[in-house]
Design a protein around this ligand. Structure first.
Ligand code: SF4
Length: 217
C-alpha cells in the first residue's frame, strides 16, 4: 500500500536547503495552506518560544555531535536561565535519575525528582482489573501517577521538567498536565534497553515484525 501523506515518501529532503525546484508533488512545504504556515511562524513572536527555538538552534550549531543529550539538557537549561529542574522518572530508573540529578547539581542547577509511583495509589483506582495487573491482584500494586508527578512539579514551580523513562501514555499525561516545558532524557523501551529506534534500524532483519500487520490489539 502506497502511503501518500506528507513527507513519508520523500527521497529528496529539499526543505533542508530550500531547493524549491525539487519539492515532490506531495510536499507539505510546497502545498501547505498559508494560514497554517503563518500560524506557526507567528508563534515565534512569543518571547519564550523564540528564546527556546533560538537557544536550541545555537546549541545544535555549536555542539553538533559533541555533547550527549544529558549534557545538552544541562547547557540548554543554563542558557535559558532555568534554575529548578524537575525530573519525572520511572521508579525503575531511579538510579539513573539520581545520577542525572547529581549532574544537574554539579552544574549549579536545582533538581526536584519525583518517581512514577508517587502517591502509592492502587491500579484499581483507574479501573485496572486484577487480571491486567502485574501481580494479578494478589496485593496492592501502585499505578504510575503521571498527573501527580506533574502536579508535584507544578507545586514546586519547576522551570523545566525532564522525563526519564516514563511509559508510553504516562509520558503523554505528564506532558499534558505539566506547567513547565518538558524535554526527554530517556524514552522507555523495556525490550531495547531504552533505545526504541533500534526496532526501526533493524526493521529489515531482527525486527521486521514491526512492518507486519500483527501488532497485538
Ligand atoms: S517537506 Fe517536502 S522536501 Fe521536506 S521532507 Fe517533506 S516532502 Fe520532502
Amino acid at each position: 500500500m502506497e502511503i501518500n501523506i506528507g513527507c513519508v515518501n520523500c527521497g529528496v529532503k529539499a526543505c533542508e536547503h530550500k531547493t524549491e525546484e525539487k519539492y515532490p508533488p506531495f510536499c507539505p512545504t510546497k502545498n501547505m495552506d498559508n494560514t497554517v504556515f503563518n500560524k506557526a511562524d507567528n508563534a515565534y513572536e512569543n518571547d519564550e518560544d523564540l528564546k527556546i527555538a533560538y537557544t536550541s538552534a545555537v546549541l545544535e550549531g555549536q555542539f553538533y555531535g559533541k555533547l550527549t543529550r544529558a549534557e545538552e539538557i544541562i547547557v540548554f537549561a543554563k542558557r535559558m536561565g532555568y534554575k529548578k529542574i524537575g525530573i519525572a522518572n520511572c521508579v525503575g530508573l531511579l538510579s539513573e535519575a539520581r545520577i542525572f540529578a547529581k549532574a544537574l547539581e554539579k552544574n549549579g542547577l536545582e533538581p526536584v525528582m519525583v518517581s512514577c509511583k508517587v502517591g502509592a495509589v492502587d491500579k484499581s483506582r483507574i479501573g485496572v482489573e486484577n487480571e491486567n495487573k502485574l501481580n494479578k491482584g494478589c496485593e496492592h500494586e501502585s499505578m504510575c501517577n503521571p498527573i501527580l508527578q506533574a502536579e508535584f512539579m507544578n507545586s514546586q514551580n519547576t522551570d523545566m521538567n525532564v522525563i526519564i523513562g516514563l511509559c508510553v501514555g504516562h509520558d503523554s499525561l505528564f506532558i499534558k498536565h505539566s506547567d513547565a516545558i518538558i524535554t526527554t532524557l530517556v524514552t522507555k523501551d523495556r525490550v531495547l534497553a531504552h533505545n526504541p529506534v533500534a526496532a526501526l534500524y533493524t526493521s529489515s532483519s531482527y525486527y521486521k515484525r514491526i512492518l507486519e500487520d500483527n501488532v497485538p490489539e
